[in-house]
Design a protein around this ligand. Sequence first.
Ligand code: ADP
Length: 661
Amino acid sequence: MTTPYPHLFAPLALRGLTLKNRIVFGAHTANMSEEGIPGERHLGYYRERARGGAAMIVVEPVPVHRTAVIVRGNFLHDSDAVIPHFRQITEEVKGHGAAIIQQLYHVGAHGDWDNSFAENWSPSGLPSMFDSDGSHAMTDAQVEEVIEGHVAAARRAKQGGFDGIEIMAAYSALLEQFWSPMTNRRQDRWGGSFDNRMRFSTEIYSRIRKACGDDFVCGLAVSIDPGAAVVQDIEALEAAVSWHDERALIDYVTLGRGSYWGFSTIIPPVFEQAMKGEEFTGRLKAVCKHARVQCEARVKTPENGERIIADGLADMVSIVRGQIADPHLANKAAAGRAETIRPCISCNQQCIGRRRRDYWISCLVNPSAGREFEWGGDSFVPAASPGKVLVVGGGPAGMEAARVAAERGHSVTLAEAGDHLGGSWRLAARQPMRNEIEPHLAWYQSELARLGVDVRLGRAMDAEAVRAFGAGHVVVATGARPPLTGYQRGLPEVDSLPGVELGNVCSVNDVLSDRVTPGKRVLVLDDQGGAWQGPGTALKLAEAGNAVTIVTRDAYVAMDAARGSSDKAIRKGLARAGADMRPMSAVMRWLGDGATIRHLPTGVEETKPFDTLVLAETPKPDDALFRALAGLANVHAAGDCIAFHFASGAIYDGRRVAMSL
Ligand code: ADP
C-alpha cells in the first residue's frame, strides 16, 4: 500500500519490538476504572485505538505508591487484583498489532490528599503547586520504599502483559523533583551533585531492568515549559536524558510541554495554536545514542507527524486528542483518506474538561469516546430497514444525525433554513482562537457529500412541508434562539431586564453573525456562567477596538471556559484589550444609552453610558415544529430544540437518535 506519509508509516525497532508505524496513543488519564479496576469501558476505549491502527498505546499512569494516588479513577497502586484486567486489555490491543506500555507515576509534592488520604512526599519538603498543601521531605527509608514501589508496579505491568513501562518525570513529577536543584535541596546521597540527583531515577530503572528482563521496554516521559523559570530548561533536560541514555536505562524518551507551574499548557487549549515541541525533541534526539525520541506537543494530524519525522526531529509522535477524536486516524492516513479523519478542535471540553470534574473522558466531536463498549466502536450497525430520513436543521445535532443515518444505509435529506450548515456551531467558530471549529465544519460538509446526503439549504420546513415530504423518519434539530429578555440568574426574581425594550439590545449571535454592528461602547451581560458565548464575544469586540464592559454574577469572568482551560487566556486577552471586567455584578436597568450596574456583594450601583447591550443568555428551545408534528409517528427531536446545551450535547444527541432509526 502506498501512503502519502512514508516516514510516519515506516516501521521502527524499539528494543525487542517492531512498531508498525510511528503513531503512538500516548498516556493520559481516562478516569474510567471502578474501584481501581479497569473494566469494559477501558477495554473498549483502548481496543478501538488499536483497531484504528496506532502502533503503540501507552496506558494511563498507575500510581506507584499510596502517596502517589491523585485521581479517583487511578488503577489500584498496590494490588495484584489489577493483573487479570490488565491482561484482558493487553491481549486485545496486541491482537490488533499494537504494542502496549503502561505509564507509572508519582507527582511528589504535587499530590492530592483528597484522593490519596496521604501526605505528599518529595525530596525536600517544598509546597505543592497543585493546592495549598505542603509536602514531607522523604527519609532515606522512604526513598527506598518509593523506588521499590516503581519496581513492584513495573513487575505487575509485566505480569499484566504490557510490553514495557514509561515513567513520568514530566510536568514536575517526582523524578524531575529529584533531578532539579530547584526542588532537590538535599545534602545526602540523593541530592547535591548532578550524579547524586540522578541516583533516584537510575536506581529505579536499573532495578526494573533486573526485575523485568531484557525484552521489557523502558520509556521516560519528560516535559519542557519555556515560560516557567523554575522548570528545567532544555540544557538540563539534555543532561538528564543523556545520562539515562548512555547507561542504556531507557529505550525511548517522550517530550511534552507544560508543567505544574503552568497547568493549562500541558494539554494545549485553543490559545496555544502556535505551540510546538519539535525544536526541543530535535535537541534530545541529538544527544540520544540509544533511545528513540517521541514528540507529543500539539501533534494532531498525520501531516504534522510526517513533517516532524521527515525532518529528523523525532522517531515517533504521540497523538492523543487526535485519536480520541478519531480512533481510526492512523488507518485512514495510511489508506490515503486523511480528509475523512474527524479533526480534534483542541476544545478540551469533554476530555480533560470531564476528567477535571472527575468523570470518565469523552470527546465533543466524538461522543463514542468512552462508550465504545456500548456503541460498538467507530463503526455503525446497518439499519434494519433502511428508508427515507428527513433531518430538519443543519446545526451540529442535525449534521451528526444526517451523517450517522446515512452511514447506516438510510437515504437522507437534510433541510436547513439558512444558507450555510453549522447553526450555532458556525457562529462559535467566529470567536477569537476558535477557528479550529472550521475544519470540523468542513469535515461534516465533506462527509455528508461522501455519504450522498441530499443537503438542501434555504429550506425552512414547516409541519405541512414535513408531512408532504413523506419520510419514514423525521429528526427535528431546529436548535434554540436567544430570548432577548435579559433574564439574569443573579436576579432570579426579575423575569426580564427593566428597560430591555428601549432598544440598542442584541444577542451574541447577532454580533457573531454580523447581523448587528454594536456601537463603540459595549456592555456584554453574561448570564451563561462564563462559557465561551459571552466572554468570547466580549473578547472579539474588545480586540476590534470597542470599549467593552463585561458583567457577570460569577466570581470571575469566563468561569465556565475553565472546562477547556481557556478562561485565563480569555481574561488576559480582555485585560490587554482594556476591557472592564465586572464579576459578582448584575445589570439593574437598561436605559437605551446606558446601564445601571450593581456590585452584588456591596450593593453599590453605578450608571454608565453605553451604545449597545449584548446579551449572552441561555437560548430558548425552538420546538414549534416538533410540537406541531407531535401526532406523527417516527418523529424524533435532537439537540437544543429539546433544551439548550453545548455542542457536545447536540452532537451526542444527533448520534444517539440516528443510531436508533
Ligand atoms: P443544535 O445545536 O441543536 O444543532 P443549532 O441552533 O446550532 O442547534 O442549529 C439549528 C439549525 O436549525 C439552524 O441552522 C437553523 O437555521 C435551523 N432551523 C431551525 N428551524 C428550521 C426549520 N424550520 N427548517 C429548517 N431549518 C431550521
